[in-house]
Design a protein around this ligand. Structure first.
Ligand SMILES: C[S@@+](CC[C@H](N)C(=O)[O-])C[C@H]1O[C@@H](n2cnc3c(N)ncnc32)[C@H](O)[C@@H]1O
Length: 268
């Protein structure tokens, strides 16, 4: 992505973005010098950052599979990021080729790259929008094409809400999504927490303050409150390696060092 004429017009090259730093941690190539600079500073303070990103992706995979097992056939992945191995539409369409996925991100590089890889895929689409623009997302042409509001849906907000400050009222935003979701729907969520390793998350918050996505880390009680309208499926809100691990290797010796809580909530 070094040729400026191939970049989306609204991309900010002055500031690192969470989407592009995350792409770097996952070994992707859709990041710029400014992102790598921040990512290197992060790795100096949180040496296991790449592992952390991978554990979050593994949680995403397990949460999507869980929803598929519960019969969900439409997915709204908000804050979907830059496509990498094991995207939601790949996990979903492997199990249910007729299932549909709408990706949403507010970062132009993430959206442009998603658009490229989804070309020709009739069952998936992407739009550039902010989480808070619920009417814009659910009223979009792509949502009209891919999502049926009468049917249960899985809304994924994976590693997203720690980029949403309290002033943006994430609790109310989630409540609004909950209201619009049919009974039998799910919300998958993961979120960075300062609970057990504040020394790491302090550095993360300090370093990301200069990026396009300043962070807000939240305690177990605070994340639980965000999920307040949903019934949490077993095992509740736990560190991501502890959420229905496929194998014992998925579990860390110290799950708390993953720094990320994950949960799947059910709308009764
Ligand atoms: C750390 S990445 C997570 C990507 C993916 N969900 C995953 O967990 O693998 C966070 C993503 O959220 C996006 N994001 C941050 N704030 C957002 C907002 N208010 N609305 C939509 N997307 C947002 C960022 O651009 C970024 O792509």
């Amino acid at each position: 992505m070094s040729e400026p004429n191939r970049l989306p017009a609204d991309v900010d090259l002055e500031k690192a973005s969470a989407a592009r730093c995350y792409d770097y941690y996952l070994g992707g190539s859709h990041n710029f010098e400014v992102d790598r600079e921040l990512a290197h500073k992060v790795e100096a303070k949180v040496p296991h950052m790449k592992q952390l990103a991978q554990d979050n992706r593994a949680f995403l995979r397990r949460a999507v599979r869980y929803c598929l097992d519960r019969g969900i056939r439409q997915f709204l992945d908000i804050g979907s990021g830059i496509p990498t191995v094991g995207n939601v539409h790949e996990i979903v369409q492997e199990v249910a080729p007729d299932a549909r996925v709408l990706y949403v991100d507010n970062e132009p590089v993430a959206v442009a790259h998603s658009r490229t890889i989804l070309e020709g895929n009739e069952q998936a689409g992407v739009i550039q929008a902010d989480l808070q623009d619920i009417d814009g997302i659910l009223g979009s042409e792509e949502a009209g094409r891919l999502l049926d509001p009468e049917e249960p849906i899985a809304v994924m907000m994976i590693a997203l809400l720690h980029f949403v400050p309290d002033s943006a009222q994430p609790r109310e935003v989630i409540r609004e999504y909950h209201e619009r979701m049919a009974p039998g729907s799910f919300l998958g969520l993961s979120h960075v927490t300062p609970d057990d390793h504040p020394e790491y998350t302090r550095s993360l918050v300090e370093l990301y303050a200069e990026s396009s996505n300043p962070g807000t880390v939240r305690s177990h009680a605070e994340v639980e409150k965000l999920l307040g309208d949903f019934e949490l499926v077993e095992p509740g809100l736990v560190y991501v390696p502890e959420w229905r691990p496929d194998t014992e290797e998925d579990r860390w010796q110290d799950p708390a060092s993953s720094l990320v809580y994950g949960a799947v909530g059910y709308k009764v």
